[in-house]
Design a protein around this ligand. Structure first.
Ligand SMILES: C[S@@+](CC[C@H](N)C(=O)[O-])C[C@H]1O[C@@H](n2cnc3c(N)ncnc32)[C@H](O)[C@@H]1O
Length: 335
């Protein structure tokens, strides 16, 4: 089988090669030539994706699922098979435990909100460390939540419908805010992360587990019509702008991908930040740009739907392709 050219950035990635996945972005020098983390010096050049197309678009031209109404319909149908096709290929139990390590779920009495909690896959990882009665699962999709309600370990969780941009929790409420695999649907991530900041208590931690930006052209094309896959530095920027400190990013990926990130990953990193001052985020934002009530031209919708379905199929196949390559290519060789 012909191997696509390996992205040099991936091959040289010191974090993956050294088996060290934690990057402490608290140090101001992230954007400078090198930065230190736990006594090691890394060249930040290598952290930057090779391709640098902007991953942000105007809210008036969202990607297919980067729109609340379209995301609602997407999960209406995907919820039927979600646990059987998304998690095994993109979001395994190992990855979940690895990603949640940064959240420091070190006390069973912590108050945790799992926003965009969907079918409760990530919540199952949370309730291993925290009493279920202290955990709230919030999602905008009743269909996804219906699946969470059926899971025995989640019986005592509070399960509510809601919007991540307008959380129904008081300010300074939770010890931990977790969001896994949902930021890609958000029309305005800066606003959603600002809301995460508001609902956390002083000293509370927000954790966003999300995708990574593809560098392979075809993957980038499908990402660009389908969902938001932010660059690593974009997550850091959003967290910092909203007032979080001690921002950290940890790379995750399915075992069979061998750290390869050129196709993007639906779950590719876990980013955390700590809230150090009580109250709302210091960031002031204008009114929301997204208008979910605006009528949609049926032809435009159909075209977007077709592209969205094609992109979904493409990203459902990527893990299978990588899994086969992992089986064929000898260990230690690039795939
Ligand atoms: C890919 S699923 C992830 C589900 C779950 N966190 C997991 O780990 O499997 C993304 C979820 O985010 C939800 N979502 C998308 N936008 C949202 C919003 N603005 N507010 C609340 N939930 C949202 C979707 O309904 C969907 O259930």
């Amino acid at each position: 089988m012909a191997l696509p050219v390996l992205n040099r950035g991936e091959k040289l990635n010191p974090i993956i090669e050294l088996g060290y996945n934690g990057i402490n972005f608290h140090h101001r020098c992230f954007l400078e030539k090198g930065f230190s983390s736990h006594g090691r010096i890394y060249q930040t050049r290598r952290l930057m994706p090779k391709c640098s197309l902007s991953s942000s678009r105007p809210a008036s031209q969202p990607r297919f699922i980067q729109h609340k109404k379209e995301a609602f319909w997407f999960y209406r149908f995907l919820s039927i098979v979600y646990d059987h096709i998304i998690n095994p290929g993109h979001w395994t139990k190992d990855m979940r435990d690895d990603a949640l390590e940064l959240v420091e779920l070190n006390n069973r009495n912590l108050t945790v909100v799992d926003v965009g909690g969907g079918t409760g896959f990530t919540t199952l990882g949370i309730v291993k460390h925290v009493d279920a009665k202290n955990v709230t699962i919030l999602d905008q999709s009743p269909h996804q939540l219906a699946k969470a309600k059926q899971k025995e370990p989640l019986k005592e969780c509070k399960i509510i419908e809601g919007d991540a941009e307008d959380l129904p929790f008081p300010t300074d409420y939770a010890d931990r805010y977790v969001l896994a695999g949902s930021i890609e649907d958000w029309p305005d991530p800066q606003r959603g992360i600002k809301e995460a900041y508001r609902v956390l208590k002083i000293g509370g931690t927000a954790c966003i587990i999300g995708p990574v930006y593809p560098t392979f052209w075809l993957s980038r094309f499908f990402e660009d019509v389908w969902m938001l896959f932010p660059k690593e530095e974009k997550y850091i920027e959003w967290f910092k702008k909203d007032g979080f400190s001690n921002v950290k990013l940890k790379r995750i990926c399915p075992k069979w991908c061998r750290g390869v990130r050129r196709h993007g990953l639906i779950m590719g990193c876990s980013v955390t930040g700590v809230k150090h001052c009580s109250g709302d985020s210091p960031l002031q934002l204008g009114p929301k740009a997204e208008d979910v009530k605006k009528p949609v031209n049926p032809l435009t919708f159909l075209l977007r739907l077709l592209l969205g379905v094609t992109a979904t199929t493409y990203f459902a196949l990527v893990p299978i392709y990588m899994w086969i390559k992992d089986k064929i290519v000898p260990k230690g060789m690039p795939i």
